[in-house]
Design a protein around this ligand. Structure first.
Ligand code: ZN
Ligand code: ZN
Length: 349
């Protein structure tokens, strides 16, 4: 493991004089002296600015595209676990996953395991569980008869590709991480090591019915170019779904430089609700809808609290009883879309 106080190589840094979202140069200092407290593996100390114009936050300086690989040496996609972080689950979380699987099986005709008895009735009755299960499905429904083509950008461990193909989608994934591609291929998933811009540059590229990006856009050097390329890749009427941490969330305000969503230096840009909505509109998207990722405050507060106390995040995320503040803010975020931990949006071409 690399010492986090080591400097990022100077020739691997680039300055970011203007906001990567709206291009404005007016900004305020948000936090300085940030380090990789999440994985503790990436070198460097980082400064985060807040754009006065659009409220997005961004690193300046930031790693160059050719040096950013240094930040991913021990990243969590290199696991085949169904848990995105690849960590052991508590008994309560395992039971919840079993209920969600039973609910999915009943609702979408899937055969997911392990399925716990009663989930099909219980999940729709509890708003937090139901919202969480819809978010896990990325608010997707099965394709029309004849099927449909789905692209997952930055598929991570491939668990969503598996769900989507079980639902009947012809699901494909792309990732810049060659190791993640290798692991997913071994699981018989249809994946390739390429980028959105390479796909969009090919002829006959209006080919996808659905494109999803879960916690990807904040890792990208040019998120606006990405949105334009995604628009190009969709069929007319096709649907984009994306999720990214919300810099205006209750958790970001409460935990400040220890908020789990900052994740420097892998997160280059952190959107606010209006900056993401405006960027989607400017790229041509219509019918923009915000969704609720239930139980996000519970998990983000648990992990951010652990970071704040410089404890082990894996230990804290196994807590069965979350803090009272997390429960209160979970309810507030249900009612206040602009303060949710994650910006979960869908839109149509
Ligand atoms: Zn801006
Ligand atoms: Zn991320």
């Amino acid at each position: 493991m690399m010492n986090q106080r080591q400097d990022w190589p100077t020739d691997g840094l680039e300055s970011v004089p203007a906001c990567p979202v709206c291009g404005s140069t007016s900004r305020a200092l948000l936090y300085e002296e940030l380090t990789d407290i999440v994985f503790g593996t990436a070198p460097g100390r980082w400064t985060l600015y807040r754009c006065i114009q659009c409220e997005a936050a961004y690193l300046d300086p930031r790693p160059t595209p050719s040096s950013i690989g240094l930040a991913y040496a021990h990243y969590y996609t290199h696991t085949t676990e169904d848990s995105p972080e690849g960590r052991p689950k508590s008994p309560l979380v395992r039971l919840l996953h079993g209920w969600v699987n039973d609910h999915f099986n009943a609702r979408y005709g899937l055969t997911r395991t392990p399925a716990s008895w009663g989930g099909r009735w219980l999940i729709p009755l509890v708003p937090f569980f139901f919202a969480k299960s819809r978010a896990k499905m990325r608010h997707l429904t099965p394709p029309l008869p004849g099927g449909g083509r789905l692209l997952d950008v930055g598929f991570g461990n491939g668990s969503f590709l598996k769900i989507a193909s079980e639902m009947g989608w012809r699901a494909e994934g792309i990732d810049f991480d060659a190791k993640a591609v290798e692991v997913a291929r071994a699981r018989d998933l249809n994946v390739s090591c390429t980028s959105v811009s390479e796909l969009a540059a090919r002829p006959c590229n209006e080919s996808y019915d659905v494109i999803t990006l879960s916690h990807v856009i904040e890792h990208v050097h040019d998120p606006i170019a990405l949105l334009h390329d995604l628009y190009r890749l969709l069929k007319p009427g096709g649907r984009l779904w994306l999720e990214t941490p919300n810099i205006n969330s209750l958790g970001a305000v409460r935990f400040k430089k220890y908020w789990r969503g900052l994740e420097v230096p892998r997160h280059l840009v952190l959107f606010s609700p209006s900056s993401l909505q405006t960027s989607l509109m400017n790229a041509g998207f219509k019918q923009i809808e915000q969704h609720w990722h239930g139980m996000a405050a519970l998990s983000m507060y648990s992990e951010s609290g652990a970071l704040a106390h410089r404890q082990d995040t894996q230990e804290a995320s196994r807590q069965i009883i979350p803090s009272i503040a997390a429960i209160i803010d979970e309810v507030r975020e249900m009612m206040q879309p602009s303060r949710r931990e994650f910006l979960t949006f869908s839109a149509r071409k």
